[in-house]
Design a protein around this ligand. Structure first.
Ligand code: NAG
Length: 544
């Protein structure tokens, strides 16, 4: 009698404690920060969380403050790949190639893919680590479907109850694997620069960029797959997913193998249902944007004095990857000239080289290594935020009603910029035009002086502040479901088992076209034979 009662009690309470493994490479700060905050929320709600970090770049922070961190040092190959791409390779070229192109999406895939391959290999071949993590008997594994080393590692340690994550909006490969719709007519793809205007050019561009957004994830996936194939042997190796071209006609092959992403029930994605483009999303994809926005702390005296100097203040920050110190000299000059054109405005610029003397001749510019961005944005004296459009920065400013100039640089930033613009509080500025100070001055003047931007930004902030289920609560609820019931295949879309022919009912369309065509053809043949019988045949003259 006792046991069932206890069991009942156990299940009736939501304060269950699960052992959770979160895998996040130390690669990009924004990814670590969002995943770290997710881990911290889980620790705060009573779970036992281990944060597994293959180190790619020696970033000082871990992202999480509360979870147990297990660092896996980089292999020589990884260190070398990262070093070359930072100094002279892909990352250094971010200021000189357009974001609105195939290259703007694919520039990093060889680097991320190679790192993913080496990370996957080093994790799954690390016998001690594999055994240690097996012995932990985790209930749930959470990993971003970005570099895929975590997903491969979970498979090797036998952790089947996996939750997928994105620290951006959801990627196309993930949508396809879980059977969720991709609608490029009005939903901009994950790394797309287009809007939802529906114009023929916008839709064409979006179709093209949505394909490359898919290919970005798919290509990186291929590198982790290669490491898995080498580990298990190609024939026995579990498949991460099947590619789009297989999906067009058949999903047969997916039944022959395990299909790791398809088997996932829950996904956490970094978008906000009110802020993002309106889009269809199945209930197993949980939107959690906003978790990485910190509480507001009062500004210290030094910042307070800076903000008091002039009636308008502009924050300038391009994020943690594309450092403005690597901008071409002409671009730096154009930005400094722009600052000089507004002597009544204070500019606070995050520019790591504070000794450069770049703005020594201007007293309205403060160059800083770091700024309390979230606290500054909350201050009414800040009139404008000039940002690269990372999701964390956009959520911080959207919640506070700050007008924006968004200069998207790579990744999801082009799409984020379009979201901000759609709400009316932002102007998008092409990074390839940063060298044009005349244009830059014009745009800055427009956003500073036209009150419509502030009005729209304030409206958005009020809507976002209205009470609704918090992302934190959504995470807690999802973890409870995932911990108690494991993978729940019956609660995900049947569409994920369909080929594209079936998914879009193209087989029915083809059948319909075939029937219509057959009927038309038989009618034509019948009329012809009747005409022949009545003596109207075209061959009549000949036979005479
Ligand atoms: C990151 O984690 C490692 C390993 O647990 C720890 O030694 C280090 O102090 C952590 N760093 C920070 C900034 O918390």
């Amino acid at each position: 009698m006792r046991a069932p009662l206890l069991l009942l009690l156990l299940f009736a309470t939501s304060s269950l404690c699960f052992k959770i493994l979160v895998s996040v490479p130390k690669f990009g700060y924004s990814h670590m920060k969002t995943m770290g905050k997710l881990a911290d929320i889980l620790v705060e709600s009573g779970h036992d969380v281990t944060f597994l970090m293959p180190v790619d770049v020696p970033i000082p922070q871990n992202g999480t403050e509360l979870a147990k961190v297990v660092l896996v040092p980089p292999t020589d190959e990884v260190s070398q790949i990262m070093e070359t791409s930072m100094k002279s390779g892909a990352v250094a070229n971010l200021w000189t190639h357009s974001a609105n192109s195939k290259q703007g999406i694919m520039w990093s895939t060889d680097m991320i893919g190679a790192v993913s391959y080496h990370n996957t290999k080093s994790l799954i071949n690390n016998k001690a680590l594999v055994q240690q993590m097996k012995d932990e008997k985790f209930d749930i594994g959470i990993t971003e479907l970005f570099d895929f080393s975590g997903l491969a590692f979970f498979e090797v340690i036998g952790l089947k109850n996996v939750i997928g994550a994105h620290t951006t909006s959801v990627f196309e490969g993930t949508l396809m694997a879980t059977g969720a719709p991709i609608l490029p007519s009005f939903v901009p793809g994950s790394q797309t620069f287009t809007d939802d205007s529906g114009s023929i050019l916008s839709r064409l561009n979006n179709l093209y960029m949505t394909y490359w957004s898919y290919e970005f994830q798919n290509k990186i996936q291929g590198f982790a797959q290669k490491a898995l194939d080498e580990h298990y042997g190609k024939a026995k190796s579990p498949k991460i997913w099947v590619g789009v071209f297989v999906l067009i006609l058949t999903k047969l092959s997916s039944n022959l193998f395990q299909n790791l992403v398809k088997d996932i029930t829950w996904f956490f994605v970094n978008s906000d249902p009110i802020f993002d483009f309106p889009k269809p999303l199945p209930p197993n994809i949980i939107e959690i944007a906003g978790i990485s926005v910190s509480k507001i702390h009062p500004l210290d005296k030094e910042w307070d004095e800076i903000l008091n100097k002039r009636s308008k203040n502009v924050l300038v920050c391009f994020g943690s990857i594309a450092s403005p110190t690597t901008m071409p000299e002409s671009v730096k000059k154009s930005i400094v000239d722009t600052f000089a054109a507004f002597p009544d405005v204070t500019f606070i610029w995050k520019y790591e080289d504070t000794e450069s003397g770049l703005t020594a001749h201007l007293n309205n510019v403060h160059i800083v290594k770091w700024m309390p961005q979230n606290d500054l944005l909350a201050d009414k004296r800040v009139s404008l935020f000039w940002t690269h459009g990372g999701m964390a920065s956009l959520m911080e400013s959207a919640q506070k009603g700050v007008p924006l100039i968004v200069v998207p640089i790579f990744g999801d930033q082009m799409r984020n910029a379009q979201i901000a613009k759609r709400h009316g509080g932002a102007v998008i500025y092409d990074k390839m035009e940063l060298g044009n100070s005349k244009k830059l001055i014009g745009v800055l003047k427009e956003v500073l002086e036209n009150p419509e931007y502030k009005k729209s930004a304030d409206l958005l902030a009020q809507i976002l502040a209205t009470d609704r289920v918090s992302p934190k609560q959504k995470i807690i609820d999802t973890i409870e479901l995932a911990g108690r019931f494991g993978q729940m295949p019956r609660w995900t879309s049947a569409g994920k088992e369909f080929s594209m022919l079936k998914y879009f009912n193209l087989d029915l369309v083809l059948l319909f076209i075939f029937i219509v065509f057959s009927v038309l053809l038989s009618v034509v043949l019948m009329i012809r034979s009747v005409l022949v019988k009545l003596g109207f045949s075209g061959n009549k003259e000949k036979s005479e």
